[in-house]
Design a protein around this ligand. Structure first.
Ligand SMILES: [Fe+2]
Ligand SMILES: [Fe+2]
Length: 284
């Protein structure tokens, strides 16, 4: 079954590639020799992407005091990684739909976990909080793959979750013989040639402890996921409450005061992220 699921993912043509502009963007932003104008050229080759990036960078989510009118300016102010992540998010939102999950609630959960991961990463002074954002945003992407391309089995998985007090990943493992959405998400992000840190974190978001050691980024996303479950930010198929991992909680070492500050910051950011959710639903 494991091989079957993997083979099927490999054979899905529609999943094969990210749009050329995003692949090029990943390439050019990961090259330390690239200049602002190199990256700008790639983004500007796609007018829709350009317009959408400018809409997001000028939204209350970023809250810059003056209007950013060009991609060059956006790149200078926000940096390559932020712009790359916005482009990647827009593409993934656009590429994957779901008939079995409530898409709007799913993206709210995903965006919530992205934001919470970034807020936690900043609190912990993690070197690349943007990396935490994109990993949080994409963590449950495997569920969309299951919903779209393995819909009969995913229907069954949702039924099990509805009838029994189990988490969706447990139901997946029972029905897909050991496979869950974290592994599927990891395969797909690998196929898309996303940076290995994303592939790894997506794979580990439900099992962030390896050989007794917590993987820091996977621990952050795991904790953020539980926080969003606790705060009921969006919904991605799990009705059971949070499942905080003691080792992760201890590893992150966030005291009550830090957790309260994180919660306030998450609420603030989520409220201002509405434009991204609207774009995901094509209302913007
Ligand atoms: Fe998950
Ligand atoms: Fe999740």
């Amino acid at each position: 079954m494991k091989i079957q699921v993997l083979e099927k993912i490999k054979s899905i043509k529609n999943l094969n590639m990210l749009p050329v502009v995003v692949s090029k963007l990943l390439e050019v932003t990961s090259n330390p020799k690239s200049s602002v104008s190199d990256v700008s050229k790639v983004v500007s080759s796609d007018p829709t992407l350009t317009a959408n990036i400018l809409k997001i960078v000028n939204s209350p989510f970023y809250g810059f005091p003056r209007t950013i009118t060009t991609i060059n300016q956006a790149l200078v102010i926000l940096g390559f990684t932020d712009i790359r992540n916005i482009a990647l998010s827009l593409t993934v939102f656009d590429k994957l739909k779901s008939s079995l999950l409530d898409v709007s609630e799913f993206w709210k959960h995903s965006l919530g976990v992205g934001i919470a991961s970034k807020v936690i990463a900043e609190k912990l002074k993690y070197a690349k909080p943007e990396e935490a954002f994109i990993c949080g945003l994409l963590h449950d992407i495997g569920k969309l793959i299951l919903s779209e391309y393995f819909s009969d089995r995913f229907k069954l998985i949702l039924k099990v979750v509805e009838m029994k007090p189990v988490y969706i990943s447990q139901a997946e493992e029972a029905i897909l013989e050991g496979i869950n959405h974290a592994q599927i998400g990891s395969w797909v992000t690998e196929k898309w040639k996303l940076p290995p840190v994303i592939t790894k974190t997506v794979a580990l978001h439900h099992s962030p402890v390896i050989a007794g050691t917590v993987d820091e980024l996977a621990g952050i996303v795991n904790h953020a996921n539980n926080l969003c479950r606790l705060k009921k930010i969006g919904f991605s198929g799990d009705s059971l409450g949070p499942d905080f991992n003691e080792e992760v909680t201890e590893f992150l070492g966030l005291d009550e005061k830090a957790m309260e500050e994180i919660a306030v910051e998450i609420d603030k950011k989520i409220a201002s992220a509405q434009i991204i959710l609207n774009m995901a639903q094509k209302k913007a």
